[in-house]
Design a protein around this ligand. Sequence first.
Ligand SMILES: [Ca+2]
Ligand SMILES: [Ca+2]
Length: 311
Amino acid sequence: MWASLCICPPPPVTTAILSASLFRTDAGDVADTTDLLWYDTGSDGVAGVDGEGEPGDSGNDDYDPETNPGGTEGNGEWDPGEELIYDEGRISWGSAVDHALYLSWARPVNETLSAGASVKVIQRTLLDHSAWGVGLDAGVQWRPLERFSAGVNIQDTFGTHVFWDTGSSESVLPTVKAGAATSWNIRRFSTVATIAADGDFRFEGRRYASQYHVGEASLDTHFGLELMIRDRVGLRMGSSEAEASASVRRGSGSGRFTGATPSAVSTKRHFEKGMSHSGSRKTCTVIVRSRSCGKTPKSATRGASGRASRR
Ligand SMILES: [Ca+2]
Ligand SMILES: [Ca+2]
């Protein structure tokens, strides 16, 4: 949640940046159920009965290669609505691994606006099969005030297309993420408070799987509050898709609002180190080239790296 919230507003991009990031995620114990048997009842789920309005049924779901080739009952294929017969002996287990290479670019447009884009190449392995995909993310950030920023990020801008070795393909429809954050110093308690909110707008018919929906469009929201005390301990609370959470984090990341230098340096070291681990997710980021346009190069490096490493 916090990664998507970007609770620490990134500093303005004052340097043109090119970077490369490599992500790896994996999941074990993925069930392979392709050997399970099923009741070939048709999409209505009832043997000997013709469903109405079900895909391929048209009032008659009995499969016949000549008179009803679209029938789903007795066609020897597992169709939506047909019940699987659970048999543990027919289930095998494997793993799923995703690798994603991001090639990112960002640059300032003017004093308050910056823009960036990432091309992503995806290699996916699921059980005994693999796939390749490619996609594009693009975004803009607007920072009219020192302590306020807003941004829009269009993920999978043209749809991310994944092609499997089975000959099938799938695509991910674009997601529009829009958000804003503001921070202010509470000097009396040496604390920086940050409030952030963003929303994921999707157009893939998630309906009741989302928080709000109208037709094919849906919205999921994220809200967060962080209190960074003495630039050492961050107290966080918030909600993601209406599920509340809280955490404590150590160290800085919002030093921009308290002097910038320590956190900028520590973040720079982080990326110089090259790799971080978070559960089964690993990230490697390399700044390929940066061209200074003046102003705060350390902060700019930190921001561009952070932008490149989020997904
Ligand atoms: Ca039937
Ligand atoms: Ca069937």
